[in-house]
Design a protein around this ligand. Structure first.
Ligand SMILES: CC(=O)N[C@H]1[C@@H](OP(=O)(O)O)O[C@H](CO)[C@@H](O)[C@@H]1O
Ligand SMILES: [Mg+2]
Length: 522
């Protein structure tokens, strides 16, 4: 099959002069108005990826998550719902920046030994941004050069991952949006019936004025009573503004439009509904229950259920350096579950989680999920129980595999899993928040001339370059009780991040400010 048609198709999607693009942690992300040629070329690459995998279905998601409304982005999803493998990321960058598209397509086809005639289907989803529809057109134009395409319209990022997986693996679920909803709702209802919970699970969710609002409203069940606020997806300038998971986590305060009833749990999604955080007011105090808390709550429920059935499996929690030190201590000392650390970015955590029978991974910002291994799922099917209590625990473990999205962090399924865990364990939001006391912590952003000069080791917890800087940070940290601080280059923004944590609020600020000061000369 000739590669020439790519040239004619690319004529309607010219590359802006002098623009440079890089496929990073979150795919391509920049102003939506700059992305037409890039998204077209990602469409071409998606078709090549499908051909390379002999006709497997590939996904293209158009979103910029928690970024401001004028931004947009695009990322590729592999057949089982995983991220594009890292070895293919340079191809995405190569095509996006190409001045001779045909030559670069030929280069990739030759390097990967691709028969473009084998391309199968590429499916496309987008969040609610204004530039979404035109970028979908660009993606379809790119895909259609070599492959079949299907546009699923507005989706959450995790729904697109689900759809890619179910297209390739029919046992995973019905490959439609309704299939996703039915699978999730049915598993939640079954768990509630098992535990005789007749009172619907209730919560108010701040949907960041994003796609999560539309999808939450489609969860129809007499046992699920979700009130959605910040659901204005028609006002394209409202997305993620003064609301959403990132706003709540960063500012550690309530989003717009929540008039809180004390001791009542609330939740916030981000713009593409793959992150979730929880919070409530205890008197005048705002208490945040972030990704670290979700990990401990879910791991603790799973542990209890496993003990009831007397199942011995390898359960682990995966964190990044941004996890609060108190959460790590609580997991190791109280839950007695091993903790592993990886660099920031979900792909690292996801990969590590696959080493366990049950791998619970969450970034502190609320992005994460629980992965169950095939062996574990088989073990559940062949386990015998003697008592009714054990049978209930075993069935709950089986149903949790259905509730929790196995492809990627998912606000909707994480929300439901958390609410189920609280019901089953009969925990109030205070009980949950009192499991451990967080150390005061703060995240700083420092602009430097060259963020690539900052090189780290030990899951990003130590700097190896610039030489000598880590020693200076260590010397500062030692001066503060329970102090911890580290510096790393952001993978998504042109900045260096400084994290600080210490026994008191004042110490935490002081430590952070002094580490930031060390960076001034860079
Ligand atoms: C401290 C922090 O929250 N960092 C975020 C942020 O990465 P940076 O590499 O720190 O810019 O964006 C990533 C993609 O959304 C997310 O996975 C990660 O957790
Ligand atoms: Mg997101």
């Amino acid at each position: 099959m000739s590669l020439d048609p790519v040239l004619a198709a690319s004529k309607s999607h010219p590359k802006p002069p002098n623009a440079q693009f890089a496929y990073g942690t979150a795919g391509f992300r920049t102003l939506g108005a700059q992305l037409d040629s890039t998204v077209f070329r990602v469409g071409v690459l998606a078709a090549l990826r499908s051909a390379k995998l002999e006709g497997k279905t590939i996904g293209v998601m158009i979103t910029a998550s928690h970024n401001p409304p004028q931004d947009n982005g695009v990322k590729l999803v592999d057949p089982l719902g995983e991220m594009l493998p890292q070895v293919w990321e340079p191809y995405a960058t190569q095509l996006a920046n190409s001045e001779d598209l045909l030559a670069d397509v030929e280069d990739i086809v030759a390097k990967e030994n691709i028969d473009v005639g084998k391309a199968g289907l590429v499916i496309v989803g987008r969040d609610t941004r204004e530039t979404g529809p035109e970028l979908v057109t660009a993606a379809l134009d790119g895909i259609n050069v070599f492959s079949q395409s299907k546009d699923f319209g507005e989706l959450t990022t995790p729904q697109l991952h689900y759809l890619v997986r179910s297209h390739n693996d029919p046992e995973f679920g019905e490959p439609t949006e309704q299939g996703y909803i039915d699978k999730t709702v049915a598993a939640v209802e079954k768990i509630m019936n098992l535990w005789n919970i007749t009172d619907p699970i209730k919560i108010t969710v701040d949907a960041a004025n994003g796609v999560g609002a539309l999808k939450l409203k489609k969860l129809k069940s007499s046992l699920i009573a979700i009130t959605v606020i910040n659901d204005n997806t028609r006002d394209k300038q409202a997305l993620n503004v003064d609301c959403g998971a990132d706003f709540v986590k960063t500012n550690q305060k309530l989003p717009a439009n929540v008039q809180p009833t004390p001791d009542t749990l609330y939740s916030s999604f981000d713009g593409d509904a793959d992150r979730v955080v929880f919070y409530y007011m205890e008197g005048q105090q705002f208490r945040l229950l972030d990704g670290d808390r979700i990990a401990t709550l879910l791991a603790s429920l799973l542990n209890t259920l496993l003990q009831k059935v007397q199942l011995k499996v390898k359960l682990g929690i995966i964190q990044t350096a941004y996890a609060n030190g108190s959460s790590t201590k609580y997991i190791e000392e109280q839950l007695k579950v091993p903790v592993a650390f990886t660099p920031t970015g979900v792909k690292h955590l996801h990969h590590k989680a696959q080493e366990y029978d049950i791998g619970v991974y969450f970034e502190a910002n609320g992005h994460g999920t629980v992965l169950f291994s095939d062996e574990y799922i088989k073990l559940l099917k062949t386990t015998n129980t003697t008592t009714e209590e054990q049978q209930k625990a075993l069935q709950t473990l089986q149903l949790l595999v259905e509730v929790i999205n196995q492809t990627v962090g998912d606000s909707i399924s994480d929300l439901l899993a958390v609410l189920l865990a609280l019901k089953i364990e009969n925990k109030s939001c205070r009980d949950w928040a009192d499991e451990y006391t967080e150390l005061p912590n703060k995240l700083f952003k420092v602009l430097v001339a060259d963020r690539f000069a900052f090189k780290t080791a030990n899951a990003e917890r130590q700097l190896v370059e610039p030489a000598g800087l880590q020693e200076q940070i260590d010397a500062l940290v030692q001066q503060f009780p329970q102090g911890r601080s580290f510096v790393r280059a952001s993978g998504t923004e042109n900045a260096v991040r400084v994290y600080s944590e210490a026994a008191s609020e004042t110490d935490c600020l002081e430590l952070g400010n002094r580490v930031c000061k060390l960076l001034e000369k860079y």
